[in-house]
Design a protein around this ligand. Structure first.
Ligand code: PLP
Length: 395
């Protein structure tokens, strides 16, 4: 099997599995218990918090454990909205191509009379800092823009957006689920007030994540109960998963430079290969994208058919995001960058990791090329295009 869907989830790395197993076997006490056996677990928890904080240039006291990216996004947005509302600030700025965890949380707030302004994304999949600057008003309580897009991989000008927000004293949250462990992050230098991450996107376990909240930025309580997470999120900590997450993040950050160099070379080979397919287009910026991300549209095919035939050849890939697959709507991200509906339906996302070889890359390119050709030859719509009865969207 060739696994090229790392944006959906990743395989746990060895050190992460070992850290988790070690914890389950030896440190299974409750960190809130006062006897030494409980405090041993508390000590492990503190170490993990410190490790994670160091990876993003934060302080231990600014790390809140959550159940993953979706929870962190929800918590950040709802909290900033609650605090904004108290000051009669009910304007929130975001973008049209955020993850659904952000978009749906914002939709909920809209029903509660918040004004949500979603900025358009340019065709290359990047928001301009100037757009943020122009949109901020006196009653803006939050700007939330993702660090790197999960479908087209484009990296946003986070540092500049953060600077603008700081100058105008608006809270800045970024969904960094795709970026954490894959791109260098420093919350201080990049002017980030709140940041979401999820362990299973950087070779850690599923169901665990972090919300970083800068000291001094108020946070409302998400789950009432015990005093865990400084009273903001009650419930006995998932210590094994937290230890697995810390080990995975530390390793990802340690290997990042070397790994990214290799990934970019392989990514460029795939992009060059797939660009040779007629009536195809690369989605997102050519260079300013996640090292492992490739996303193409092929005119005249259905993404789902392509995926199933790739699966027959042992290749795991994605078309649109996992949350929208199964529905007939094309990806909101591809629509946001201006792809017509028909073209957006024929999309393919490959998100590779270091386990992919050069030979695998050749096999992927060959397979996609053959399958696209096969599917087009089956399609009456395609025949109409070839004979000039219908127009092409792409050249
Ligand atoms: C995967 C993902 C999420 C959701 O994270 P979970 O841990 O699966 O809840 C949120 N945002 C982005 C950009 C993602 O890629």
């Amino acid at each position: 099997m060739i696994y090229a869907d790392n944006a959906a989830t990743t395989k746990m790395c060895k050190v992460s599995i070992e850290a988790m197993t070690d914890c389950i076997e030896k440190f299974w006490g409750n960190p809130s218990s006062l006897y030494a056996f409980g405090q041993n677990a508390a000590e492990k928890l503190n170490q993990a918090r410190k490790t994670i904080a160091e990876c993003i240039g934060a302080d231990s006291a600014e790390i809140y454990f959550t159940s993953g990216g979706s929870e962190s996004d929800n918590q950040a947005i709802i909290s900033a909205a609650n605090i904004g509302a108290k000051k009669h600030k009910k304007h929130i700025i975001s973008s049209t191509f955020e993850h659904h965890a952000v978009l749906h949380a914002l939709k909920k707030l809209e029903k509660e009379n918040f004004e949500i302004e979603l900025l358009d994304v340019h065709e290359n999949g990047i928001i301009l800092p100037q757009q943020i600057s122009d949109a901020i008003r006196n009653d803006t309580c939050l700007v939330t823009v993702m660090f790197a897009n999960n479908e087209i991989g484009t990296i946003q000008p986070i540092t500049e957006i953060g600077r603008i927000c700081h100058d105008k004293k608006v809270i800045f949250h970024t969904d960094a689920v795709q970026a954490t462990g894959h791109l260098p992050i420093n919350v201080v230098e990049q002017n980030i007030d709140m940041l979401s991450m999820s362990a299973h996107k950087f070779n850690g376990p599923k169901g665990i994540g972090v919300l970083y909240v800068r000291r001094g930025v108020p946070l409302t309580t998400l789950i009432e109960g015990g005093a865990q997470e400084r009273g903001k999120r009650a419930g006995t900590e998932n210590v094994p998963a937290i230890m697995g997450m810390a080990a995975a993040l530390k390793e990802s950050c340690y290997n990042m430079a070397k790994s990214n160099k290799k990934l970019i070379e392989l990514r460029e080979k795939i992009i060059d290969g797939l660009s040779k397919i007629p009536y195809s287009v690369l989605n997102g910026d050519k260079k300013n994208r996640l090292p492992g991300n490739v996303n193409f549209c092929f005119e005249g095919i259905e993404g789902e058919s392509l995926l199933l035939l790739l699966d027959d050849r042992g290749i795991c890939a994605s078309s649109g995001s996992a949350c929208t697959s199964g529905s007939l709507d094309p990806s909101h991200v591809l629509l946001a960058i201006g792809r017509p509906h028909e073209v957006a339906h024929g999309s393919l996302r490959l998100s590779i990791d270091e386990n992919i070889s050069e030979a695998d890359v050749g096999y992927i390119v060959r397979s996609v090329t053959e399958i696209v050709d096969y599917l087009r030859n089956l399609s009456p719509l395609w025949k109409d295009k070839i004979t000039g009865k219908r127009k092409f969207f792409l050249i």
